[in-house]
Design a protein around this ligand. Sequence first.
Ligand SMILES: Nc1ncnc2c1ncn2[C@@H]1O[C@H](COP(=O)(O)OP(=O)(O)OP(=O)(O)O)[C@@H](O)[C@H]1O
Ligand SMILES: [Mg+2]
Length: 343
Amino acid sequence: MGFFSKMFGLFSTHLAMDLGTANTLIYLKGEGVILNEPSVVAIDNNTSKVIAVGREAKEYIGRTPPNINAIRPLKDGVIADFDVTKAMIKYFLTVIRKDRKVSKPKMVVGVPSGITQVEKKAVVDACFQVGIRNVFLIEEPMAAAIGANMPIELPRANMVIDIGGGTTEVAIISLSAIAHSESLRVAGDELDEAIIRYLQKKHQIAIGVIAAERIKMEVASVAPASFKNVPVTLVGKDMLTGIPKTIRISEEEVREAIEEPVAAIVDAIRRTLERLPPEFVSDLNDSGMVLTGGGALLRGLDQRIEAETGVRVRVTDEPLFSVVMGAGMTLEDMGKYRRVYIN
Ligand SMILES: Nc1ncnc2c1ncn2[C@@H]1O[C@H](COP(=O)(O)OP(=O)(O)OP(=O)(O)O)[C@@H](O)[C@H]1O
Ligand SMILES: [Mg+2]
C-alpha cells in the first residue's frame, strides 16, 4: 500500500470539486461526475434559511419577492459569501449522500491560480466545516490541463485558457507547475452584461441576465467568417413605456455587443505570449494551446484566437467538465500527481 493510499485510508470517499463562479461540479472516484449544478443559492432573508440551491435557485434570479435573495456566493472564482458557499457545498453533499454511502470524505478542490492565502483558507475552512476531512487544492488551469490529457510533467509549454463565468485564466504549465499565468476578470458573465447594455442603448429594451446568457449561447459568434446563425426573438421590457416589447436580434448585433470583452480576452492571451521565453513560444508552435471552460463554447472563439495569435487552438471535448475531470483524475493516482497540489 503506497503512502497516499495509507494516508487516505482504504474506506474513505474520494471526491473532486470544481467550485466555479457559474457552476459547481463534483466527481466521485470510481464513478465520475455525479453532480453538476449552477452555483446559486436562494435564501430567506428573515430566517436565513436556504430555500433552493442549484438549478432551481437559478430560476429564481430576478424573480424573487423582497424576502428572498437568489445569491451567487462566488465571485471572480473565489468565495465572496462564506456562509452561503458553505451552505451550498453542504447541500450538494446531502444530494450526493442520498444515493450512496459517503464516509470520511476527502476532496480535491479547484481554485484559481494566483489565489491569495486568505482566499485559499476560506475554501479549506468551508470544506472542513461541512465535514470534509482532508482538502487538497489544485489550480484550475492545472486541473483542466490534466483533464485535457496534456503532458504537464514534461519540460515544455502546455498552454491552457480557461474561460469561466467570472474569470479567464491563461496559464503555461511545465514540469507539473504553473510557469506563467494571467487572470482576467472578464469572462462569460461579462459577455451577458455587454449584451444587456447593448440592448438598453440600441433598442431601449431591458432584459435579464438569464435571457442575455441564452442569446449568447444561441446566436453569438465571433468567428472571423460569420456562421450566419438564425436571429432570435426575445421579449423584454420597453424602457420608455414599461410594457413588454418583442424584438429580433441578429448575429451581427450580438457580435457588436460582445466585441469589447471578447477583445479583452484575446488581448490577455496575446500579452501572455509576448512575455514568454522563446523556448516556450516554440513549444506552442508545435503543440498549440487548449481552450476550456464554458466560454470556450462561444462560437468561433477558437478561430478568432488562432487568427490573432498565430497559435493553433484546440477546444477540449467537454469544456464545462475539464476542471472537475482533471481534479478527479488526480484522485485516481495521488502519488503520481502529488506535486500538483498547492497546499
Ligand atoms: N454554449 C455556450 N456559448 C457561450 N458561453 C457558454 C456556453 N455554455 C456555457 N457558457 C458560459 O460559460 C460560463 C460558465 O462556464 P464554467 O462553468 O466553466 O464557469 P465556472 O467554472 O463556474 O466559472 P469560473 O471558472 O470563472 O469560476 C457561463 O458564463 C456560461 O454562460
Ligand atoms: Mg471554472
